[in-house]
Design a protein around this ligand. Structure first.
Ligand SMILES: *Cc1c(COP(=O)(O)O)cnc(C)c1O
Length: 224
């Protein structure tokens, strides 16, 4: 795993340099879904500190068995009935995909005294099967976020549709970046982060401005 991680870090740095960016601007989220605590421990021994999970239930069982001092991010869809454990487990929620969920998070965060960093997930391609806000619904979600003092909107997140060539994702990453810029310019709600890019397309995502990349396979190998 050490070789895969150093390889990956070199590719991240090279992609950042190609885009005239500092490699430190890109935070690696190691997506450990379907791998156990011993695998997380090994990755932590190689210096990784930020881990991602896509299911609250799996994370709930796994995280207590993992080394302390790690930061955990939720990258998958969050159901309303799992908000409470999600706030206990995760520092960042990348997948806020509806105004209803945003309001639910605020309600529970207020009640339990949590503060949460969140990304609004945008379905930039309009694919019916994907979670996420329609781009047109983003201004309304930002308005709603103003009324959520316990939630910091730390970024926008997207999952592009699968294309045969990873290059097909580029236009969707550009689209997300443009939406992020409009948050400040048109909607008076500055948002910094861009959570985009997975194993197959993270270099393109970095070239287009990603500040978080979510990588599973290239670190841990194929999932069963
Ligand atoms: C599984 C997953 C990833 C990582 O995917 P890889 O292709 O294995 O790098 C990233 N983001 C989300 C939301 C995921 O569910």
């Amino acid at each position: 795993m050490g070789d895969r991680i150093s390889d990956l870090q070199e590719r991240i740095a090279a992609a950042a340099r190609r885009a005239g960016r500092a490699p430190e601007e890109v935070e690696l989220v190691a997506v450990s879904k379907k791998f156990g605590p011993e695998t997380v421990r090994e990755a932590a021994e190689h210096g990784l500190r930020v881990f991602g999970e896509n299911k609250v239930q799996e994370a709930y069982a796994k995280i207590p068995e993992c080394p302390g001092g790690l930061s955990w991010h939720l990258v998958g869809h969050l159901q309303s009935n799992k908000i409470r454990p999600a706030l206990e487990l995760f520092d960042v929620i990348h997948s806020v995909d509806s105004v209803k969920l945003l309001r639910g998070l605020e309600r529970v965060a207020e009640e339990t005294g949590h503060r949460v960093r969140a990304c609004l997930q945008v379905n930039v391609s309009g694919e019916a099967a994907k979670f996420g806000l329609a781009p047109e619904a983003l201004p309304e979600a930002l308005e709603a976020a103003r009324e959520c003092p316990h939630i910091e909107i730390a970024g926008l997140m997207t999952m592009p549709p699968f294309t045969r060539e990873p290059e097909g994702a580029r236009e969707h990453f550009v689209h997300l970046r443009e939406l992020r810029d409009r948050c400040a310019d048109e909607w008076d709600m500055p948002v910094d982060g861009l959570s985009m890019g997975m194993s197959r397309d993270f270099e393109i995502a970095i070239e287009e401005g990603a500040t978080w990349i979510r990588i599973g396979t290239d670190i841990f190998g194929p999932r069963r």
